[in-house]
Design a protein around this ligand. Structure first.
Ligand SMILES: [Mn+2]
Length: 352
């Protein structure tokens, strides 16, 4: 298999033609991703921003929540001045085209989603989640792709767009992050082929690993320590779950996004099929993140709760307290791994 032999389905060719037409007709292009943007979202934004700058477009990136400092190296790759990376829904830059990355659901964009949804500008979407595109969006969704970065690379390949060293670096970070350093099952032969091509184009594997996985701040590790101190082994070891409270964020000087990655530690435990992380959100409500090693479909579970995601990685934001969220979610996870639902009292959380 060579990079030239990557599947080029008819829908990709058709998408590329229409996307190019929409981009050609737009002067000011706005890129946006989901809440708590992580390296797949940010790396995709950076690579696409750079591509659009090379096409002489004016580009802004507007995310629902801030980019964490540890991921700033990705925004630097975009070639955009820092003031072109904005957040929140208060001052959405003027635009005549919106390109959504790594998100197919307005609800997963907090208040920014409400604003962008109402915008009369045409919309394009690149995503890899098992989901359907919002109405009126020209979408390229490949649920088999490991990352949105992989979907974008195919777009660049199909349109003959040059991928420079910075774009390669940003896309490599997308893929490395969303495959868990090629550990998850979404790391297919084509993923590795694309990763190899990105290295050939100048991406550094070692540098990306160091920046993504050997770059924790002390407060983040303190938060991890607090979360692991509350770790619960459930359903005879098939479920591992824990939680982070507002108090833990305050005490360690971290924010909700700093809890990203904690769930990966739960999945390192032998016998665990599903990991669940609850995090209290500053504005109220609880973000619940699910991981599965394969068989139990947490995407369906999250969907039933009003969220979404892939079979092995999904999430939902629930209203109410941590206790209410865990009382609702833990029994549902237990039934997913085939254990009888126990009384809710047993899955209570406490801050003591
Ligand atoms: Mn992704």
């Amino acid at each position: 298999m060579t990079i030239e032999s990557l599947r080029m389905p008819g829908r990709l060719i058709e998408f590329c033609e229409q996307a190019r037409a929409r981009i050609a007709a737009a002067e000011r292009i706005l890129l946006a991703a989901h809440v708590f943007p992580e390296p797949d979202a940010i790396g995709s934004e950076a690579a696409l921003a750079r591509h659009l700058l090379q096409q002489g477009r004016q580009v802004f990136v507007c995310n629902p929540s801030p980019v964490l400092d540890v991921y700033r190296f990705l925004t630097d790759l975009s070639g955009l001045p820092p003031e072109h990376w904005v957040e929140g829904s208060d001052r959405v830059p003027e635009h005549d085209l919106i390109i959504l990355l790594d998100v197919s659901d307005w609800d997963y964009m907090a208040s920014l989603g409400k604003v962008l949804r109402r915008s009369p500008a045409p919309k394009i979407l690149f995503d890899h989640h098992q989901s359907s595109a919002p109405a009126g969006t020209l979408a390229l969704i490949d649920p088999d792709a490991s990352a949105t970065g992989e979907v974008l690379f195919r777009y660049f390949l199909a349109t003959g767009a040059p991928v420079d060293r910075e774009m390669a670096q940003a896309l490599y970070a997308s893929i490395l992050f969303d495959t868990g350093s090629f550990r998850f099952r979404n790391a297919r032969d084509e993923t590795l082929l694309i990763a190899a091509e990105l290295i050939r184009q100048g991406a550094s594997h070692r540098e990306t690993v160091a920046k993504l996985f050997e770059n924790e701040s002390f407060p983040r590790v303190e938060l991890l320590t607090a979360a692991l101190a509350r770790l619960v082994s459930d359903a005879d070891g098939r479920i591992a779950w824990t939680y982070v409270t507002e108090e833990m964020f305050r005490r360690t000087g971290t924010t909700a996004g700093d809890a990203d990655g904690i769930i990966d530690h739960l999945m390192t435990i032998r016998g665990v099929q599903i990991g669940v992380l609850f995090r209290e959100l500053p504005g109220g409500g609880v973000k619940v993140t699910f991981r599965s090693k394969g068989k139990p479909n947490v995407g369906r579970l999250a969907g039933a709760l009003g969220g979404g995601g892939r079979p092995t990685a999904a999430g939902v934001t629930l209203p109410g307290s941590l206790r209410e969220a865990s009382n609702r979610v833990v029994p549902a996870v237990r039934s997913l791994v085939g254990t009888a639902v126990r009384p809710v009292e047993e899955c209570d959380v406490s801050d003591s």
